[in-house]
Write a protein that binds this ligand. Structure first.
Ligand SMILES: Cc1cc2nc3c(=O)[nH]c(=O)nc-3n(C[C@H](O)[C@H](O)[C@H](O)COP(=O)(O)OP(=O)(O)OC[C@H]3O[C@@H](n4cnc5c(N)ncnc54)[C@H](O)[C@@H]3O)c2cc1C
Ligand code: FES
Length: 267
């Protein structure tokens, strides 16, 4: 522990307990780790010789953490070859997560695009376990095609307790769900008290832009909308400046930002 206090870049080793294939490109890894963290925060995940990358917490329990990892490049393609019992290395948690304490009692709207659903999985599971703490929860999740739908296991559970709309841009394969871009489903939501409604949008920047516009059109206040911004990072702890946008460090001040601030952050 002392060495880590001197060198915050030193990672911990964590055995992989389980691997769940989500799609051809994404898998969820359950690692053994004990964390005090908030959903929306991220870990720097590494393998010696393959590099390091920020990965959001997808869910967590007392002594485990789930990470949903897309096979995107050098590190993550190597991670996709690992098996239960192998080790991942982590440091963190870093950044600001979703201020869930601000969400209790009201109506919540969650809008996710693609793997943007992964960092929201823990948030939704939290409210599933604490259903008394929310009045209503709408989940809108959009994917390019049916074979790219992540968190299918969870979606089946969420459908039992929340209004859950899963849509694909292009139903090129057999699909009995909705078709169309996810922001297009926001106007149809029944939002009776916009002043008591909080919203989260996570996904590609263009999806966030249109989703936020539709949320604002529904009368939700801009300071009650949160987004998560992905940005190329190195240190994850405010030292290298890699993630800086204007005067904000995405790794320290984000990746979760309130829209009243995020709307002014121009890349
Ligand atoms: C806060 C945060 C949270 C994240 N959470 C997750 C998550 O939960 N799950 C997940 O799967 N991913 C997540 N990511 C994205 C993940 O960190 C990246 O995909 C990471 O680059 C993967 O590392 P890699 O070595 O496998 O891929 P890389 O080798 O880094 O390649 C990834 C992609 O980036 C391109 N690329 C590589 N270098 C550059 C460069 N210098 N400039 C531009 N493009 C380049 C590559 O061509 C490739 O398309 C998150 C990112 C951030 C910032
Ligand atoms: S990643 Fe180094 S300052 Fe943010």
């Amino acid at each position: 522990m002392e060495a880590r206090q001197e060198n915050p870049y030193l990672p911990f080793a964590a055995p992989i307990l389980d691997i769940y294939p989500e799609t051809e490109m994404e898998k969820t890894y359950r690692i053994q780790a004990r964390l005090s963290a908030n959903f929306g925060q991220f870990l720097e995940i590494s393998l010696p010789g393959y590099g390091e990358a920020p990965i959001s917490l997808s869910d967590m329990g007392e002594d485990w953490v789930d990470l949903t990892i897309r096979n995107a490049g050098r590190l993550t393609s190597r991670i996709h070859q690992l098996n239960p019992g192998d080790h991942l290395y982590w440091r963190g948690p870093y950044g600001q997560g979703f201020p869930l304490e601000n969400f209790t009692g009201g109506h919540i709207v969650i809008v996710a695009g693609g793997t943007g659903l992964a960092p929201l999985r823990g948030v939704i599971n939290h409210f599933r376990s604490n259903q008394d703490s929310v009045r209503k929860l709408d989940i809108l999740a959009g994917f390019k095609t049916p074979s790219e739908v992540v968190c299918s296991r969870d979606i089946e559970n969420w459908e039992q307790c929340f209004n859950t709309v899963v849509t694909v841009d292009d139903a090129c394969e057999p699909w009995d769900g909705c078709e169309g871009l996810v922001p297009n489903f926001i106007p149809g939501l029944d939002i009776r008290e916009p002043e008591n409604t909080r919203a989260i949008a996570v996904g590609p920047p263009v999806m966030i832009k249109y989703a936020v516009q539709e949320l604002l059109n529904k009368g939700i206040f801009q300071d009650k909308i949160w987004v998560s911004m992905e940005r190329r990072m190195h240190c994850g702890m405010g030292k290298c400046g890699h993630c800086k946008i204007e005067d904000k460090y995405v790794c320290l001040d984000g990746p979760v930002f309130n829209w009243s601030l995020a709307k002014n952050l121009k890349d």
